[in-house]
Design a protein around this ligand. Sequence first.
Ligand code: HEM
Length: 493
Amino acid sequence: MLNYLIATVLALLIILSLKIVLRSRNLPPGPRGIPIVGSIHKIVPNFHETIPLLAKEYGNIFRISVGPRTIICLVGYDIIKEILVDRAKEFSDRATSVIAKLCRGESRDGIASSPYGPKWSANRKFLLSTFRNLGLNKRGIEKTITSELPHLVEELHGCCRSGNLVDPSLALEYATLNVIASFTFGDRYDYGDKRFLELLHINNEFFQMSRVLRAPTMFIYSIIPFLHKLVLFDSVKQFAKAARKILDFVQVEVKRHLHTHDPQSPRDFIDCYITELKNNENQFMTEKGMEMSIMDLFQAGTETSSTTLRWAILFMANYPQVQEKVHDEIERVLGLQREVRYDDRMRMPYCEATILEVQRKASITPIGLVHAPSHDTTIRGYDIPKGSSVFISYHSMHFSPDHWKNPNQFDPENFLDADGSVGNRDAFMPFGVGLRRCAGIEIARQELFLYFVGILQKFDIQKPDDVKSIPEDPIVGLTLSPHPYKVVLRPKF
Ligand code: HEM
């Protein structure tokens, strides 16, 4: 009896102190939630649309709750710049999530999901220095990317031969996957190679499964913190299994590298990392860190680029007047035969502006990756507790009438200055900004320009005769991707 009494008094005390703590906090405003569940249903799954809409009601900083957890949404250029640039160190942590733990383990090794700190810093710096040291400096990256271009063009030619209407997705996935495979495993694969097709299959499976992450039911794992240790929904199990398959693939490659490792002649990222581990100079670099960094390269660096290129081809089919100007510039600068180089962009402002406009209009990573404050802090007078998730609405900037003349139209002029050159646009952040900015930005920018120009140099793109316009509403997954579509590709020679 006495035990019950003590337990009841303790419970009342905890509830009371929680209420006092919560009341004393001046959290940002936000929509009313359902008891226990919170207000997450107000923003999932279409974050890109719902967050800017709610900002109209609650302001550029507002709060969403998921059980005991707080999500802070930031909307618009001023506040996003203040947090990611001016106060970058405070807001460069990543919130813990069940998904990150399932994919990266409890300690969240690697780069993208890793907490802000020495482990993240060591792995990110090592990745960037390996891009340089392996000869993958700007020119070297370019060689890896351009050596894939003829295979990409050939693959598209093959698609044209086997039918009138072409879905370009697979060819684009082959090319972007091979760029990352070359950097990580040392060599490109032939597109028919069994190991390559296996890698493509498991990588795609991962992205398909990832769609479940935006389902409202997923947030039950945020409401009940230890639930994932007790029970996993089937869809989550399949997602974790898909991530595990990529890890298995990576581990086989690491083993192969360990057998043939020669510190004097590093072939790729794995060789460089093994040398670092053998030298044992940095306690924050571990075998797990290597595996998880590679997982990051595949998960952050393949689908993002191929999806952007899929949007590019879709927009070219929907906007023939833009495509005509792109073709004119390519013919004037390169002709039909000369292979494109990255520095050609200096003389091809219209093509460059078109690719930037594709990135703006498609906004494939509408809230980037979730940020978190490293300690209790405030934003514009509101309390922001440590451990909150911070959703950055890049999408809101990319579609803001304050920054773009016709934000809902596809118009490369958005990036052209009065003298016809490509200008910087502050409110354009497709790769994020600040300390957590995309680590593969150099590779991505080159892939987009070189593959876009390389394809448009060889093909005319048209929508099918019976289609008025290819749908531009996105499928919401880890990225915003186009619905499957087909176009007519007419070889230009
Ligand atoms: C069009 C292609 C790409 C887009 C739009 C893109 C976009 C982004 C965005 C928005 C972020 C999150 C930034 C933030 O947290 O604020 C990110 C992070 C990251 N990206 Fe990319 N990315 C692309 C391609 C690539 C490629 C090709 C690679 C690798 C070669 C890559 C590797 C990474 C990594 C490792 C991170 C995590 C950075 C960190 O947490 O420190 N990305 N990317």
